[in-house]
Design a protein. Structure first.
Length: 564
């Protein structure tokens, strides 16, 4: 077990918990929770909260619960619950036997509401939702009391029981807490704590037709579970007085401490679950796990590793002030992880045929290739070399500019792990003039990529044997948005106006070396000179190879840090 005296205090929340443990507050116990609402898939912002809550508990010999705050049956689905549980486990965290649902406590919430009514701290209101908003006031003007605020306890109990028994339609009544309509905090102006919803719940079925509001259920759920530190994002800071008010008025034995931190914002990314829902339901994305989505399942399908995401969350830290993190840092963390673990292979995405005229017909040379220069234990593999090869179209120019060092007429280059070759002729399509084939010669003395006479070349190209290569589909993903902050709304346009039309390019005639035929779904590798790629989680099979580009080799974050 961790010794609390040796815990490294890495952020202001850890400092608060550390002080509480040393003061023996809560008997020295630490209990946190990750409380998602099951109304969508988790995104990278939730990953920060997951890491914070589970790591905080682990650092102080505590426990972290997984609890679904499932109080709105209209928007919640079992699919979301299943995906959230899978994501948390994939990130490497275990809630063991501590899986809870707010719906487990519906009976207790109802009893809590009755307790507030009997104390004169809650009342049934007949105002419509629009009228409640009007009566609420503004930031500069106090609210007005509802004409139904002073109903008797008996009348409130009768009406609330009728709400529970399904005697009224949706919207006819709500139960409100009686706090202070003149409060400077709008959340304290008699908030709604129960509404009528004739909707079937994914766990309780039709047992209930009234459901508690999130602000009412959240704190009580924390208290019931014995949570000591309730970690929330910054938008709940103004809700904290209400959180405390409910627990105090209900005289609950456990009073968790709510602490807020700044949520994660990423450049070129949307973090609003409501907007992510639109991307899926309006057909902009191919599901929640589309590799362009910032969802954990989308990042996983694209090829992100749990280690890289946890490293990213650790690096960005926990702050009180909201800020935006450059997405390049997330990509940098991924590159650092993949550089150590991903084996290298050769793949040609846009093939250009190369015929080596002086190479013996029918011969095959098995060349030694290093699997991962960062990992000597990864060993080597054999790569077949033959008379007809494919190289990238971009690696040849008939009339190259001054700083183009790759293949051109009369120029010699090195083939990775292979030989020096020289272009001696260019074959073009008679109708379009497009270059469709190169005629080359090779120097058999340069096997392995070195010339005995010491001559040098300025470029090394990757390649694949046409006879042995395998056809593959490759999906090139880019940032989903062209605007750094697509949600700012300053230009008056909907965020969807900033979707990158080139965020996905599908290449279906790629050629990859035969070793890649053994790739398993979700396995990640590096295509030399091209980037890191992942065998698609669902679509990649032995019959059809499908690879997603995870991230390019270019590391803008590392260069920015070096310059600074």
């Amino acid at each position: 077990m961790t010794n609390p005296d040796t815990v490294t205090v890495s952020n202001f929340i850890a400092a608060i918990v550390d002080a509480d443990v040393k003061a023996n507050k809560n008997g020295g116990k630490v209990m946190t929770r990750f409380p998602p609402e099951p109304n969508g898939y988790l995104h990278i912002g939730h990953a920060k909260s997951i890491c914070l809550n589970f790591d905080l508990a682990g650092d102080f010999n505590g426990l972290c619960n997984l609890r679904f705050d499932d109080t709105n049956p209209v928007k919640e689905e079992q699919e979301y619950i299943d995906s959230i549980m899978e994501d948390v486990k994939w990130l490497g965290f275990d809630w063991e036997d501590r899986l809870y649902f707010s719906s487990d406590y519906f009976e207790k919430f109802y009893e809590f509401a009755l307790r507030l009514i009997r104390k004169g701290k809650a009342y049934v209101d007949s105002l419509s939702a629009e009228e409640i908003r009007e009566y609420r006031g503004t930031l500069t003007e106090p609210g007005k009391e509802s004409p139904y605020r002073n109903r008797s306890v008996e009348e409130n109990l009768t009406l609330f029981e009728g709400m529970k028994n399904g005697e009224f339609p949706d919207g006819q009544y709500v139960l409100r807490a009686k706090v202070d309509m003149a409060s400077g905090n709008l959340n304290m102006r008699d908030p709604v704590i129960y509404r009528i919803l004739h909707a079937s719940h994914h766990r309780t079925g039709d047992a209930w037709c009234i459901y508690p509001m999130y602000d009412f259920a959240h704190g009580q759920s924390d208290s019931i579970e014995g949570i000591t530190h309730s970690i929330c994002t910054l938008e709940f800071e103004d809700h904290r007085p209400l959180y405390d008010w409910f627990i105090d008025e209900l005289e609950l034995a456990c009073h968790p401490q709510q602490i807020e931190f700044a949520r994660l914002n990423l450049t070129y990314t949307i973090m609003s679950k409501r907007k992510l829902v639109r991307l899926v339901t309006e057909g902009y994305m191919n599901g929640w796990d589309d590799p362009r989505m910032p969802t954990i399942s989308g990042l996983r399908r694209r090829g992100f590793t749990p280690e890289s995401i946890r490293d990213f969350c650790d690096r960005i830290g926990v702050a009180k002030k909201a800020s935006t993190v450059d997405v390049a840092l997330l990509e940098h963390c991924l590159r650092e992880d993949l550089n150590k673990r991903a084996n290298r292979f050769m793949a040609v995405l846009k093939p250009l045929k190369v015929v080596i005229e002086n190479y013996p017909e029918g011969d095959v040379d098995l060349l030694d290739a290093v699997n991962n220069p960062e990992d000597p234990g990864a060993g080597t593999r054999k790569v077949p070399f033959s008379k007809v090869l494919y190289i990238e179209q971009d690696d040849f120019m008939e009339e190259p500019p001054k700083k183009f060092f790759r293949l051109a007429p009369g120029r010699e280059v090195r083939l990775r792990y292979g030989y020096f070759i020289t272009c001696i002729d260019v074959v073009k399509d008679k109708d379009t003039g497009e270059v469709i084939e190169l005629r080359c010669t090779y120097d058999p003395e340069t096997r392995g990529g070195n010339a005995p006479d010491g001559r040098k070349v300025k470029a090394t190209l990757h390649w694949v044997s046409a006879e042995h290569g395998l056809q593959a589909e490759v999906r090139l993903y880019s940032h989903l948005f062209v605007k750094e902050n697509p949600a700012d709304g300053k230009d008056g346009e909907d965020f969807t106006a900033h979707i990158n039309p080139d965020s996905l390019e599908i290449l279906d005639n790629c050629c990859v070396e035969p070793s890649l035929g053994e790739m398993k779904p979700e396995e990640i590798c590096q295509f030399e000179r091209l980037g890191y790629f992942c065998a698609d989680r669902y679509d990649c099979t032995k019959e059809k190879l499908v690879f997603n580009r995870t991230v390019t080799l270019r590391d803008t974050w590392a260069r920015l840090k070096k310059k600074s």
